[in-house]
Design a protein around this ligand. Structure first.
Ligand SMILES: C[S@@+](CC[C@H](N)C(=O)[O-])C[C@H]1O[C@@H](n2cnc3c(N)ncnc32)[C@H](O)[C@@H]1O
Length: 427
């Protein structure tokens, strides 16, 4: 076999063996008390000097010239004008900006804690991505930043999952499992997931112990064929309800190079070949908004056409994560194909979207009749104070720290439906 199957049948034993134990760690076996991954990246002295001068909601433009001139990159940004998210400090009363894979550095986005002079921790980023606190990220630190930043926020995935009747799901390019997690929360049964990266598979398998996790590189024809054989074996004659996948998006992303020749783009077509073989009832392809403009829209058009040729009714939804309970402004595209039915309408938002005006500070809510989106403060204000470069991979959480309903949702002491009902009542 040229692929690896990951299993973590006993999650508690992994807690005991995978980290160095202290007296406190051994006592934290109760799920309601654990807090994982509350660790933040260190800052260089210069970066620390820079972020100290950035107020809540501010960015590189707030850094005084005498500090700017100490950094070649910042001098360049100052000269040519850079994004106003760079060296940004989060605002407490709004959702965050997009959490990408660079939240271990201040210069590539808005990742500075709103009150403390440090970057947000992995757990804070996971909260802003709507992963509950039971979701644990494993592997090297650099991989964990990718796992969290690349994930589909589970609450956004959950909204998409509610478009379909619950059934068997397979997740390709599954990463740490954000997309799958939303489907699980909506009552689907994710039977198999696959990714080429071992750290991604490790995190996925730990958090989804009932799902078969297969490490394969879908660029390689032989490995794709092995995966198909494994899928047939797992399905054992049952019909696949939904095939989901977020093929790598670097080539499509406005943050990366939008390179039409990027070989990673071809993976979306590999996914379509698998659709052709498996013929699931539904297909969901998730990607960054850049997919719409790639090669003047031709990439998206060919994905839609390929699905239509396979007799799917296709709809393309542009979704704003904050409308679905995620405390983050993240825009994503979902291509939805469905057999035996009309095109699916987009899931209806339950919270007001953020509408940006002409300037960064000119922010309005897009729907007066819906409750406001979840703010950064509501999402993370309960998490313990840590110093820059500090924190712990496993600490004990005191239930008395929880002050908001979003925190209760993340601690799994409030259901999503009750969370939304309460928010609507509060107006
Ligand atoms: C955008 S991330 C997916 C995020 C995931 N859907 C989630 O919600 O957590 C894309 C994933 O594709 C995987 N990937 C990249 N190249 C691949 C390949 N050739 N074969 C299989 N997986 C690949 C990456 O390791 C990465 O985890």
């Amino acid at each position: 076999m040229s692929y690896k199957v990951f299993t973590y049948p006993n999650r508690v034993s992994l807690i005991v063996t995978s980290i160095s134990l202290t007296a406190v760690d051994t006592e934290i076996q109760e799920a309601s008390k654990v807090l994982y991954n509350h660790i933040c990246s260190p800052l260089s002295e210069l970066d620390m000097e820079m972020i100290r001068s950035v107020p809540e909601g501010g960015n590189w433009q707030d850094i005084p010239p005498e500090i700017i001139q100490k950094s070649a990159r910042l001098t360049q940004i100052h000269r040519s004008g850079g994004r106003t998210t760079y060296y940004g400090r989060l605002r407490k009363n709004l959702p965050s900006y997009t959490i990408n894979t660079y939240f271990n550095r201040p210069g590539n986005g808005t990742f500075v804690h709103p009150e403390q002079n440090r970057l947000i921790s992995m757990r804070e980023a996971a909260r802003l991505q709507s992963f509950t606190d039971q979701y644990r990220f494993l592997g090297s630190y650099s991989s964990r930043y990718k796992q969290i930043g690349n994930a589909v926020p589970p609450l956004l995935a959950r909204a998409v999952a509610t478009l379909f009747d619950p059934g068997l799901v397979i997740d390709l390019f599954s990463g740490a499992g954000g997309l799958s997690e939303g489907f699980v929360q909506a009552g689907h049964d994710v039977i198999l997931a696959s990714d080429c990266n071992s750290n991604m598979c490790k995190t996925y398998a730990y958090n989804h112990p009932a799902t078969e996790v297969i490490q394969v590189d879908l660029h390689l024809r032989e490995q794709s064929e092995n995966l198909l054989e494994e899928i047939e074996r797992t399905l054992a004659g049952r019909h696949l309800n939904t095939l989901v996948g977020g093929p790598p998006c670097q080539g499509f992303s406005t943050a990366g190079n939008r390179n039409a020749l990027d070989s990673r783009n071809s993976l979306v077509f590999r996914m379509l070949e698998i659709v052709h073989t498996l013929q699931p009832h539904n297909v969901v392809i998730e990607n960054v908004p850049g997919l719409k403009w790639m090669q003047q829209g031709q990439v998206l058009e060919s994905v839609v056409r390929a699905l239509e040729e396979l007799e799917y009714s296709v709809s393309v939804h542009n979704l704003k994560a904050e409308e679905f309970g995620v405390p983050q402004r993240r825009r994503r595209v979902f291509v939805v194909g469905q057999r035996d039915g009309d095109c699916k309408a987009a899931p209806a938002g339950v919270l007001a979207p953020i509408v940006r005006g002409r300037t960064r500070d000119d922010v309005k809510l897009g729907a007066k009749d819906l409750p406001s989106p979840v703010s950064v403060s509501e999402a993370i204000s309960d998490l313990p104070l840590i110093v820059s470069g500090g924190g712990e991979d496993l600490i004990e959480y005191d239930v008395n720290w929880t002050t908001t309903d979003y925190q209760r949702l993340m601690r799994e002491s409030l259901s999503f439906d009750d969370f939304i009902t309460k928010r609507a009542e509060q107006g």
